[in-house]
Design a protein around this ligand. Structure first.
Ligand code: 5AD
Ligand code: FES
Length: 375
């Protein structure tokens, strides 16, 4: 049950405490915290969120190696540099071997999760994707494969799952249907996207959703819709980052989202979803030089360094000014470790499953032993 309906007259400090203690607020309370601009509220939220993160995860920060394997996309999202109408976008595709090479480099650098991300590119048939997924799982059985390849049929999601993909990232981008229609062309609908997320969850994936912060004409009310959707779906991962304009899109002249609002929302998410895996995203590091460190201090516990070949990185431009496009994977890895340790945290060399999933695996593994002991 949520506290959606109540009106609030509580001051921001009391709202922060109530959120910390109960994990929920009424819509008006959430909107008040989302739109609060004072430094005191931001730092109070961050302190409570840090406390909650440490209680659930200790100092651990999980690494996800991001492999951006195709910059082709059939969609035309208004905010995205890879949209099909952007004739200036530079397009590339990685072969199965090139993707496996990224994983090999990543494995040597302690990555135990590979995130395969692309535009919606039909060149990669289900058969080819399953071959890539099962080859990665075959060569790296102790690693998780996460997909971030957009909206597909349920039957396709099932095939990828059977091939060994266990996690799926699909941001809803905004939880409000009206706002969704301002960010996307008419052929895309929020309803379809949310259904994809429900299907993924039903199949058994660890699911990640999320939204852009400060996208054009987004209101605090729109963000409350996202938060209510998360309460319904209970995703294992929640990724948010500031909207950043891309010069060759219809939103070229729009104002960017801010680091302060993104950090406040990371903290709110941590307090509402104490066990969620929440990344300090590259977009946050792009609008603010220490954005990712601040994200970790505000309640995030995941970072996603880039494992894509250096030659293609600058071509995967969702927004202008993206950082880390010139660095080798090893440099990114060292840089991330420094940043993580600079805020008193440590890199975890593990798959970093959601605690409930790890638990289920341990129970499964433990079962044969306990039955042996009993017999
Ligand atoms: N600014 C910030 N984030 C963006 N994304 C796409 N375009 C932009 C942009 N201009 C995000 C979307 C998508 C994720 C892969 O990147 O949220 O889901
Ligand atoms: Fe498809 Fe951005 S419009 S990846």
């Amino acid at each position: 049950m949520t506290k959606a309906a109540n009106e609030t007259a509580l001051p921001l400090k009391a709202l922060t405490e109530e959120l910390f203690l109960t994990g929920d607020l009424c819509d008006a309370g959430l909107a008040a915290l989302i739109s609060s601009e004072d430094e005191e509220t931001r730092s109070r939220l961050a302190a409570r969120a840090r406390e909650t993160t440490v209680a659930n995860y200790g100092a651990d920060v999980y690494l996800r190696g991001l492999i951006e394997f195709s910059s082709y996309c059939r969609n035309d999202c208004f905010y995205c540099g890879l949209r099909r109408s952007n004739a200036a976008a530079r397009r590339y595709r990685l072969s199965k071997e090139e993707i496996l090479d990224c994983c090999r480099r990543g494995y040597a650098l302690d990555f135990r999760t590979f995130v395969l991300q692309s535009g919606e590119d039909e060149y990669y048939t289900d058969e080819l994707l399953c071959d890539i997924i099962s080859s990665i799982r075959g060569e790296f059985p102790d690693c998780a494969v996460t997909l971030s390849i957009g909206e597909k049929e349920r039957a396709s999601y099932e095939k990828y799952f059977r091939a060994g993909a266990e996690r799926y990232l699909l941001r809803e981008e905004t939880g409000s249907p009206q706002h969704y229609a301002r960010l996307h062309p008419p052929e895309l609908s929020l309803e379809h996207r949310l259904n994809c997320l429900r299907e993924l969850k039903g199949i058994g994936y660890q699911v990640g959703c999320g939204f852009m912060v400060g996208s054009p004409r987004q209101t605090p009310k729109d963000i409350v819709c996202d938060l209510r959707f998360f309460q319904e779906l209970q995703p294992q991962m929640i990724g948010i980052g500031p909207f950043i304009s891309h010069k060759d899109t219809p939103f070229a002249a729009c104002r960017n989202g801010t680091a302060a609002m993104t950090l406040r929302l990371i903290s709110i998410l941590r307090l509402m979803f104490p066990k969620a895996l929440i990344p300090a995203t590259t977009a946050l590091g792009t609008i603010s030089p220490c954005g990712r460190e601040e994200g970790l201090m505000a309640g995030a516990n995941v970072v996603m360094p880039n494992l894509s070949p250096v030659g293609v990185r600058a071509k995967y431009l969702l927004y202008d000014g993206k950082i880390c496009t010139g660095d080798e994977a090893a440099e990114c890895r060292c840089c991330m470790q420094r940043r993580i340790e600079s805020v008193g945290r440590r890199v975890s060399v593990s798959r970093g499953d959601h605690p409930d999933f790890g638990c289920r695996q341990r129970i499964k593994k433990a079962a044969p032993e306990s039955s042996r002991a009993a017999s």
